[in-house]
Design a protein around this ligand. Structure first.
Ligand code: HEM
Length: 116
């Protein structure tokens, strides 16, 4: 009987540790688009991404780079007279009718850095 009790306790502890391991793996965060995955571009490099000739269309707003390639409002990198491939922080805040909130509708892909 004493042996059975020990065996039972051993199985219980093993079972408990198995559960704990499983929970840890479930809690591992699923990789999303976090800060580490953002690309880094200088203003000069950003100018390549103008959305013309099949190139992606990127714009910079308040130090971050956003991808407007798939936006139907930014065909060929053009949007109401504004062109992709540049920093449009001032324009979206001061000249657009919608204001800066609209930037949250497009994916953030990078950080604007100063060239060395
Ligand atoms: C005269 C200037 C502008 C006009 C008339 C204009 C108008 C519009 C309109 C009508 C839309 C779609 C509907 C809406 O959200 O209200 C839109 C979307 C958008 N605009 Fe502008 N806009 C202007 C300037 C700008 C500038 C300078 C930026 C710079 C970043 C910008 C960024 C965006 C973005 C990111 C969207 C969302 C695109 C999407 O949802 O796919 N806009 N704009």
């Amino acid at each position: 009987m004493k042996h059975f009790l020990w065996l039972f306790m051993l199985l219980f502890v093993l079972g408990l540790s198995a559960c704990t391991t499983e929970e840890t793996s479930v809690q591992t965060p699923i990789p999303t688009q976090n800060e580490e995955q953002l690309i880094e571009l200088t203003l000069e490099e950003l100018s390549y991404y103008d959305g013309k000739d099949g190139k992606p269309a990127y714009i910079a707003v308040q130090g971050f780079i956003y991808d407007v390639t798939d936006s139907s409002f930014w065909r060929n990198g053009n949007h109401n007279g504004y062109a992709a491939g540049q920093d449009l922080t001032d324009e979206i805040i001061n000249s657009s009718p919608h204001g800066i909130e609209n930037i949250s509708r497009v994916p953030k892909v990078g950080i604007l850095v100063t060239g060395e």
